[in-house]
Design a protein around this ligand. Structure first.
Ligand SMILES: Cc1cc2nc3c(=O)[nH]c(=O)nc-3n(C[C@H](O)[C@H](O)[C@H](O)COP(=O)(O)OP(=O)(O)OC[C@H]3O[C@@H](n4cnc5c(N)ncnc54)[C@H](O)[C@@H]3O)c2cc1C
Length: 397
């Protein structure tokens, strides 16, 4: 372990490992610090990712793919449904990953590119003369300072690093979903299908997911806004009621709980000597809560930007703006702005509205699925939606 690195990455989730890999592959000296004793565990994720999103970074590897997904089914409160599938019904739309292996594999790639890794080590900012100058590592009761030129905060939804470095990272309670998930086995599920339930009665202002993990096994979880949680109405209470109704004989082999931010991204994701990426930058999808793709995308960009800044000898905020500009103008940046609007509209609908809207969306093939195409389908049958939620349709481009 050195006393100074070009780039220090805090957090070894998908964002951090991608950042470490990208920076090290560009010749920077990199330290990747993870506070948990094992990278990838415990998993706090339903582990779903879309084929095209994963393909931007890597080929699927059987060692971390639990199952392929060929259909996504959306269910309204009155049980009307629409389904998305490929044209032949056999195309792979996505994967349920095994994040324990996936995350560890990403960290191993970073190591293979030359990054050093520290686990069971918590990093906090080290400031010198009012400037972020490295990290203080707390590990096994010992603290030590390691200097760095660019620090990358990839420390997830509970991120404290950027906040301690002076950035406002507060998530409004209404935009923080409380999630609980069971890994359930010995149940009858639709094979190779992911299911999404919407119902304000069963899951107010959120949704319940069933993501197939294997032929008789699935991640079944729920996410609801923190503001909706209360005595008898916590996420776990709703999930238990759903399980009792739908999978009374399912065997639960794992319980996880975690938060998901469904707010807009941070106002600024850079500062002098600092880049923030992944969940720490609030880049998870406000509508679905999904964030693996955004973590991979922003992590890679953060690592590349940091290595370039180090090579140029300028790690100021100005030199790092390319990171902020690039992701905001990217497909991901535009998608996140749209998704926040959709969340705002969708989760304000009562069950009658949800029934009316979902019932009118036809079954779609994957190559027809774009947000404008779904909106058009909804608008054709429900023209009053345009009057009720004009913002949604003004942003149809
Ligand atoms: C219940 C649930 C279900 C989800 N399902 C999906 C899904 O199906 N699909 C999807 O795309 N997304 C899903 N997500 C979101 C997804 O898990 C995250 O968006 C993704 O993990 C973000 O990656 P990240 O690298 O930014 O953060 P994380 O994966 O959270 O990694 C951050 C890492 O930083 C470490 N860390 C924190 N502080 C420090 C510190 N001070 N020092 C050192 N290390 C530190 C943490 O231990 C952690 O390992 C789900 C989330 C939840 C909670």
């Amino acid at each position: 372990m050195k006393e100074a690195y070009d780039v220090i990455v805090v957090g070894a989730g998908p964002a951090g490992s991608m950042a470490a890999h990208a920076a090290a592959a560009r010749g920077a000296s990199v330290l990747l610090v993870e506070k948990r004793p094992a990278i990838g565990a415990p998993v706090r994720c339903a582990e779903g990712i879309v084929t095209a999103d994963l393909a931007e970074f890597m080929d699927p590897d059987p060692k971390w793919v639990s199952t392929v997904i060929k259909k996504a089914r959306f269910i309204a409160p009155d049980k009307s449904t629409f389904t998305i599938s490929g044209k032949t019904g056999d195309e792979v739309l996505g994967y349920t990953l095994d994040r324990k292996i996936f995350d560890r594999d990403l960290a191993m790639k970073a190591a293979a590119s030359g990054a050093d890794i520290l686990v069971h080590a918590r990093a906090v900012p080290f400031q010198e003369e009012g400037r972020l100058a490295g990290v203080i590592i707390h590990q096994h009761g010992v603290s030590r300072t390691i200097r760095g030129n660019v620090m990358i905060a990839a420390d997830g939804v509970e991120s404290k690093f950027a906040k301690l470095a002076g950035i406002n990272t507060t998530v409004p309670l209404a935009d923080l979903d409380s999630c609980v998930q069971y890994l359930v086995t010995d149940i009858d599920i639709e094979p190779e299908t992911n299911v999404f339930y919407w119902s304000n009665e069963d899951c107010p202002h959120g949704y319940i997911w069933i993501f197939a993990k294997g032929p008789r096994c699935a991640n079944i979880g729920i996410g609801i806004p923190g503001t909706k949680s209360g005595d008898g109405h916590r996420a776990k209470d709703y999930l238990d009621r759903f399980m009792e109704k739908n999978f009374p004989d399912g065997k639960i082999t794992e319980l996880i709980a975690g938060g998901v931010s469904t707010c807009k991204p941070l106002e600024s994701t850079i500062a002098d000597n600092l880049i923030i990426c992944g969940d720490a930058a609030r880049l998870s999808d406000p509508f679905t809560g999904g964030g693996i793709y955004q973590a991979l995308y922003s992590g890679r960009l953060a690592g590349e930007t940091a290595a370039n800044a180090v090579a140029s000898g300028d790690c100021s905020r100005q030199a790092l703006t390319v990171y902020e500009r690039t992701w905001r103008q990217s497909r991901m940046g535009k998608f996140l702005s749209r998704s926040y609007l959709i969340k705002d509209v969708f989760f304000r609908m009562d069950d009658c509205l949800l029934n009316a809207v979902i019932a009118t969306v036809p079954d779609l093939h994957l190559d027809e699925v774009t947000i404008p195409s779904v909106l058009t389908a909804m608008m054709k049958s429900n023209p009053w939606l345009v009057v009720k939620f004009p913002m949604l349709f003004l942003h149809r481009g």
